[in-house]
Write a protein that binds this ligand. Structure first.
Ligand SMILES: Nc1nc2c(c(=O)[nH]1)N[C@H]1C(S)=C(S)[C@@H](COP(=O)(O)O)O[C@H]1N2
Ligand SMILES: [Mo]
Length: 236
């Protein structure tokens, strides 16, 4: 018996994922289509997730011409961590049926979403930024959160940590971005992957994300800035 098989671990194999992505569609373990031919999600997972998906309203976006590259201020509590991108793996773990571990090539085969939104820091600056990346909604559709799921913790390579409500994570404009203003995401802005969303303040938008942990409970530690007194929801 081999306990490392995908069947035994519930882990989707990289080969399988690439096959689905390459064919322009993704199916879940039961063979149900998750994407229709134009890349729309066609099959929500469970009632709780479906209700959250339906409840989210898109935030209006800006035209490309509105981007303000000079207004974006790098804000990092501990400098830029060194990340070996060739060996980088994003993990999705916790209360999911299919824990994932994906490298950047695999992530970049998933549908690319681009948006121009305003990033707002509570320290008193804002900038209109274009982000490109994968929707968290799409990653979680593959990972399949259990119906108990309520929050997602994001761990970062610099020791930063954040927790988000699941509805905000599933919002159609909540991305793990790997592009900024039309180019590869710069190291100081969170490469290879950072959160980007028009519905949350800057401090919720973790840079250098290494792991998303789906959970039913918030821990006493909620987020780097929140644990120093900032408000947890951090909505815009
Ligand atoms: N890992 C990590 N993510 C982080 C931070 C950080 O220090 N470490 N700072 C946050 C804050 S307060 C803001 S305003 C934004 C700034 O993003 P930027 O440096 O790309 O402008 O990142 C957020 N994400
Ligand atoms: Mo910030």
């Amino acid at each position: 018996m081999n306990d490392e098989t995908p069947e035994a671990t519930g882990r989707i194999s990289r080969r399988q994922l690439l096959k689905w992505a390459g064919a322009g569609l993704l199916v879940n373990a039961a063979g149900t289509l998750l994407y229709d031919p134009i890349g729309r999600l066609s099959m929500p997972l469970n009632e709780a997730v479906e209700a959250l998906l339906l409840s989210s309203k898109p935030t209006p976006e800006f035209p490309i011409s509105a981007i303000e590259p000079d207004r974006l201020i790098v804000n990092s509590f501990r400098g830029t961590p060194k990340i070996d991108i060739a060996n980088f793996q994003l993990k999705i773990s916790g209360e999911v049926a299919n824990p994932l571990s994906l490298n950047m090539a695999e992530i970049q085969q998933l549908p690319l979403t681009s948006m121009v939104i305003r990033q707002v820091c509570v320290e008193g600056w804002a900038a209109i930024v274009q982000w490109g990346g994968v929707r968290l909604q799409d990653l979680l559709q593959i990972a399949q959160p259990r119906s108990s799921a309520k929050y997602v913790y994001f761990q970062s390579a610099d020791g930063y940590y954040e927790s988000w409500d699941l509805a905000s994570v599933l919002h159609p404009q909540t991305l793990l971005a790997y592009q900024m203003n039309g180019r590869d995401l710069p190291a100081e802005n969170g490469a290879p992957l950072r959160l980007a969303s028009p519905i949350k303040l800057g401090y919720k938008q973790s840079k250098w994300v290494t792991e998303a942990i789906v959970t039913s409970q918030l821990l006493p530690k909620r987020g780097y800035w929140e644990d120093l007194g900032y408000e947890w929801f951090g909505g815009l």
